[in-house]
Unconditional design. Sequence first.
Length: 137
Amino acid sequence: MIYQDLTSTDAKLTPEQIIEAYGERWSIESMFNQLKLSWGLKEAWQQTRQTLHRWVHLTLVGYGLIQLLGYLDDQTVRQLCCHSPWRKDNPTTAGQIRKGLLLIFHHVPVRQWWNRKCRKFEPPNWRGSEQDAAISV
């Protein structure tokens, strides 16, 4: 006979209720795993609230756009999925679209656009390009 110890902070729960509550916990655990490993929130505890909100919003917008592109029946989207020639029929999935976009934008030095001194994100020509200067003259 095997004995197991069930512990709960609520002494009124029966052993069956404790086991059911523990079983419901796994959907939450998989969500936290996805947030930490796939969404880049592993180091979120080090960030300010404003930084965390911005990161979550930008990440969700990117995720949503890739998901929507997966439903778009367009030749341009299908071309994003042609990076794996060994795959039959090159299925149009969000993951394949993401890989295609990474191949296109892998050379863009986004991390270099962060200005540590003023703690702002400044892509090239952010404060005005040569074209803007020519227009104002």
